[in-house]
Design a binder for this molecule. Sequence first.
Ligand code: SF4
Length: 437
Amino acid sequence: MATALDIAKRNPNAAPVAVSDAARAAGFVEKTAELNVVAGAAPGGASLIGLTRDQLKDSLAAIGVPERELKMRVAQLWHWIYFRGAKDFSEMTNMGKELRAKLSSAYTLARPQVVSEQVSKDGTRKWLIRLASTGPLDKGAEIECVYIPEVDRGTLCVSSQVGCTLTCSFCHTGTQRLVRNLTSAEIVAQLIVARDSIGDWPHATPPEGAFVPTDGGRFVSNIVFMGMGEPLYSTDNVIAAIDVMSDGEGLTLSRRRITVSTSGVVPQMERLGAEANTMLAISLHAVRDDLRDELVPINRKYDIKQLLDACRAYPGLSNARRITFEYVMLKGVNDSDADARELVRLLKGIPAKINLIPFNPWPGSKYECSDWERIERFSEIVYRAGYASPVRTPRGRDILAACGQLKSETEKLRARARMMAEQGIGAEGVYALGDGE
Ligand code: SF4
């Protein structure tokens, strides 16, 4: 796992991958470790935002805080960063002036830059976030993060990778080529950005006219790992981020309100349940292997049977902790009565709920959304078999924030990538350009 001060230095051998056309044609590229930003020397001015307790401890030790004080100082920093949302070390009044000065000269509490915020007419917010540079030539990759407020909850959809290698054929995000895993700090930072923006800290207030939950709870009460990327290709970082998000002395999100959605990285599922103890969602979308091979190409490696066996073995599975199966409704593709009946048969014995997702069209997609009557009929068959089968109301359609539509501005690097490839410059150079246009 990457250590505290790693966020500013990339492993020179760990170039983000520009997925080749051949690899894409094969369906997916299964790379994990080499997509990570890994340990390096501490740069001046690195942000402490998103770091784990161990990483904060290392950061304090690096500026000479004595070993005997480290535990107490970490607890203080933790409280200020994750409970109060401090943006400046000068706020940390229970720390001596000398230590605050040392912290200020070595580190920052900088958040990733919010490049843009879009607010849907239904209250959904989408942020385009530029991550800190990971090397001298990197202007910072961009990711998206979406907040979906309801009366009794506020759900934040976070990304785990820059882009995605998995090329699910109905997913807009999957058309983005350039990929690296986010560090745990970069995952946590999305929650910090959201809390800043909607005023979800003690003594903060939401922006004028913002739609936030009104039940008296936190404005961000739930996290779903359903943004860009496959979380179980970055399991270490995702688990570390969940540990920070759910820590009872800081961000205090219940693990029962954190859902990790996987397209089916079977070997990592048991570990996720055992170590992170979160809810699990599966992007199923098809009930036959031939169709799922096309819609969710990782199925060619881990087929439906292997996937459902891993679901049955998911730690902590019970009627109170059911697995959510996501099923996108594609007209004439996967939405027949026979598909619904097969879905029910396949899930027999698995405590499950089924989310039916009306397909959100995006420019260039080859699918259409099923007709409403068809979705209702499908839902009825599933419901009569004893499964909750809510139809997910599309949110944020007007700002392309709905499921499967996340795709950051780094997309425009493609054209630049091609140009540089022609000039004999490798993927590292392409990636390092950032958006800069
Ligand atoms: S659905 Fe998820 S795993 Fe599939 S391409 Fe989109 S982001 Fe990647």
